[in-house]
Design a protein around this ligand. Sequence first.
Ligand SMILES: Cc1cc2nc3c(=O)[nH]c(=O)nc-3n(C[C@H](O)[C@H](O)[C@H](O)COP(=O)(O)O)c2cc1C
Length: 178
Amino acid sequence: MKILILNGSPHRSGCTMSLIDSFVKGAREAGHAIERYDCAMLKIHGCTACEHCGNGLHPCVFNDDMTEILQHLQTCDMVVFATPVYYYGPTAQIKAALDRFYSIDNWLREHPKKAALLTVAGDADEKVFAGVLGTYEGNLQYLHWQDCGRITAAGCLTVEDLRKTSYQEDAYQLGRQL
Ligand SMILES: Cc1cc2nc3c(=O)[nH]c(=O)nc-3n(C[C@H](O)[C@H](O)[C@H](O)COP(=O)(O)O)c2cc1C
């Protein structure tokens, strides 16, 4: 499979990146190809609802880094959404990329894909993931995509916290068992 990873963390060696690295290790061992985009390090303009795209009739008016991501989105078999929890939701950087799915919305809904979620939060209470899970689950239902698994790494404010847990191993196994 070709797997597209959208990373919403601006932290180059943080918890989200560690989960991604573990997932990628497992997925590569299982023979999958990976394309990873670090949304926070890219130029991705927010959707302005100009409706020029007509949900797929015309290219988005913003010809930025999302143009390349949209191309991979159309050729990949699976999308992995990876984000820390910021104020009870996904980061603005990954949400900006997600909102730009709008320019190929009709196409995406007619081409089912697999998906997975890697998310991390400082709070140890799993309820902290409600916003991220709501976004993920709502979109899978809307797009008709299939969930292949989620890692919700609670209580991980730092990578030191993460290393004391099994979440990296869980992410590795998720990739390995696809
Ligand atoms: C702007 C910001 C908002 C955050 N909001 C929350 C939050 O609402 N709940 C929570 O548990 N942790 C919150 N955190 C903590 C991060 O989710 C946590 O530190 C995570 O490990 C960061 O992932 P990273 O290492 O990939 O950057 C926040 C961190 C930042 C910088």
